[in-house]
Design a protein around this ligand. Structure first.
Ligand code: CA
Ligand code: CA
Length: 196
């Protein structure tokens, strides 16, 4: 059911992309996922190595790294940015890596959720970097382990800002209100302490 919704959203995104300039892939600006406040961006760099993709992402500033996918909801959100795959060999690097005998995320988040394509990972130590692969998981970009090299089928990478996005206006007001209420509470406690 969720996948159906995700596919609907993805098709809507593709539709917008077509209207805006003919490409369904690559969000031109970072998009915020409301579930965690993180920003995500699909970068259509063309052939690039995992290391170069990661360096480029980190150079955006604090919080930025290759995307980590720790739930099906997050996977589906990223698919809405990419658009549904068409079943062909197209890859976007993300922040998974095989180190010390296990798969891990660049952020050190726990590696529980998995979304490998059929038969993957088939390299592990010999393919220690992770990519989303257009051939897998019903066009929903299943995971593939790959060497991390630049290759003709590497279309780009997905960046994620793990720092929460700037707080929107109403929430800022709310936080300020909470802060003021807190200060008022301290003032009250102080004044009552004086009385005693
Ligand atoms: Ca993530
Ligand atoms: Ca593989």
């Amino acid at each position: 059911m969720k996948k159906v919704i995700a596919k609907g959203l993805a098709l809507a995104v593709i539709g917008m992309g077509v209207m805006l300039g003919g490409t369904g892939v690559c969000s031109a600006t970072p998009m915020t996922w409301s579930s965690n406040g993180h920003q995500y961006e699909v970068v259509g760099s063309g052939s690039i190595s995992w290391d170069s993709a990661r360096l480029a992402t980190q150079s955006r500033g604090a919080g930025w790294d290759l995307a980590t996918i720790t739930s099906l909801d997050e996977q589906n959100f990223i698919t809405t940015l990419l658009g549904l795959a068409d079943g062909s060999l197209v890859e976007y690097y993300i922040g998974g890596m095989y180190e010390a005998g296990a798969w891990a995320w660049v952020t050190s988040e726990p590696f529980f959720f998995q979304y490998w394509g059929n038969g993957e990972p088939n390299g592990n130590a010999s393919e220690p970097r992770m990519a989303l692969d257009g051939r897998y998981n019903d066009n929903n970009w299943g995971w593939n382990d790959y060497t991390g090299a630049a290759a003709y089928f590497v279309a780009g990478y997905v960046a994620e800002n793990n720092a929460a996005a700037p707080v929107p206006e109403p929430a800022t007001m709310l936080l300020m209100g909470t802060g003021l209420a807190g200060l008022a509470g301290v003032a009250r406690r102080r004044s009552s302490a004086k009385k005693m």
